[in-house]
Design a protein around this ligand. Structure first.
Ligand code: NAP
Length: 315
């Protein structure tokens, strides 16, 4: 099958907060813009039920609700969207190539906004039970937790926020954290410590998760004493649920031969320029210290403005 060629001023890869904001800014600058997204609009934040720190929403806002507003705004400015996987890129020439299954897109500038995905725990037995009792999305799978015991792994903002959310559905939620102090923001911690059906298992790591079609048991180890414990469902239950929230990893592998990275995160300057002229990166996929919707949106705005300036410079 021969592929169809299409040309754009800017191709944005990823439709999370960074990519959508870049789209809004490119669209408003009258640049012919395409956003390519491999799954759903909004990115990882759509799995957050209540976003409490995005300015302008004193009562909080759902991640999906907020990014749908970004999406509508981008479409209003004429930005086109394609929902497909990027298979290959070639940034070696001034004419940048972004290839999908059916199309070859030519762009004067590319903005990479591919974000991050949840990092697995990496313990024995985990991989085969993903989707069978191990879930990376509490909003998607909360209904499977009704009346059950739930274990959330990690001590950061995600783990603690999602654990609080799951207390609404589960009989009991236990946070298993490898230290005796949470990494999560103090305001989130305060909320967690007030929850009646939320407990903590400190200084503990998960070494193995066992089961065939569901999680039947889990081996944990106290890192201070070395003692191993086999957690089993309580009497009358056949299983329990496990939600790993042990951090995030960048979705950047297809760019690894094209641009400079640090541990998989894309290196940029303050203008969001990567090591390749005409290629910019925005949001969680780049090296940065604060990964939030507001900083992703900010990156997107800067990347779009830089892309516009770059396109003007090449004439
Ligand atoms: P994170 O901040 O990197 O925290 C990961 C947690 O998992 C840490 O507590 C870490 O322990 C633990 N961990 C890492 N590897 C582990 C392993 N192999 N086994 C057991 N535990 C492990 O990740 P995150 O919570 O997903 O947050 C990612 C970013 O998104 C952060 O910048 C965060 O602030 C942001 N975020 C913000 C909000 C919000 O503002 N409302 C909500 C969610 C996320 P240690 O603490 O010992 O390192």
């Amino acid at each position: 099958m021969s592929k169809r060629h299409e040309s754009y001023d800017v191709v944005i890869i990823g439709a999370g907060p960074a990519g959508l904001t870049a789209g809004i800014y490119c669209g408003r600058s009258m640049l012919k813009t395409l956003v390519i997204e491999q799954s759903l609009v909004g990115g990882l934040i759509t799995s957050t039920e209540d976003l409490e720190n995005y300015p302008g929403f004193p009562d909080g806002v759902g991640g999906e609700e907020l990014t749908n507003l970004f999406y509508d705004q981008a479409k209003k400015y004429g930005v086109k969207f394609k929902f497909t996987n990027v298979k290959k890129v070639d940034f070696s020439e001034q004419d940048k190539i972004v290839e999908t299954f059916r199309n070859i897109y030519h762009a004067k500038a590319v903005i990479i906004a591919t974000g991050v995905k949840p990092r697995p725990i990496g313990c024995k037995g985990e991989e085969k039970l993903i989707g069978k009792g191990i879930s990376f999305c509490s909003t998607c799978d909360a209904n499977l937790c009704i009346g059950k015991d739930v274990y959330v792994i990690g001590g950061g903002d995600s783990a603690v926020e999602e654990a609080i959310y799951l207390t609404k559905f589960a009989r009991k939620v236990t946070i298993i954290h490898r230290r005796d102090e949470l990494r999560a923001a103090k305001s989130i911690q305060q909320k967690a410590f007030k929850q009646k059906n939320l407990e903590f298992m400190w200084n503990t790591i998960v070494t193995e998760i066992k089961g065939t079609d569901c999680v039947e048991s889990m081996v944990v180890k106290n890192v201070k004493t070395g003692k191993e414990t086999n957690i089993v469902p309580r009497e009358g239950d056949k299983d329990f649920m496990v939600f790993p929230y042990v951090g995030l990893e960048p979705v950047t592998s297809i760019f690894k031969d094209e641009i400079n990275m640090e541990e998989g995160f894309i290196k940029t300057d303050e203008e969001m320029a990567t090591s390749v002229s005409g290629v910019f990166a925005a949001g969680d996929c780049r090296v940065k210290s604060l990964r939030q919707v507001i900083t992703a949106a900010s990156d997107g705005a800067i990347a779009a403005t830089s892309a516009e300036r770059y396109i003007d410079s090449i004439g």
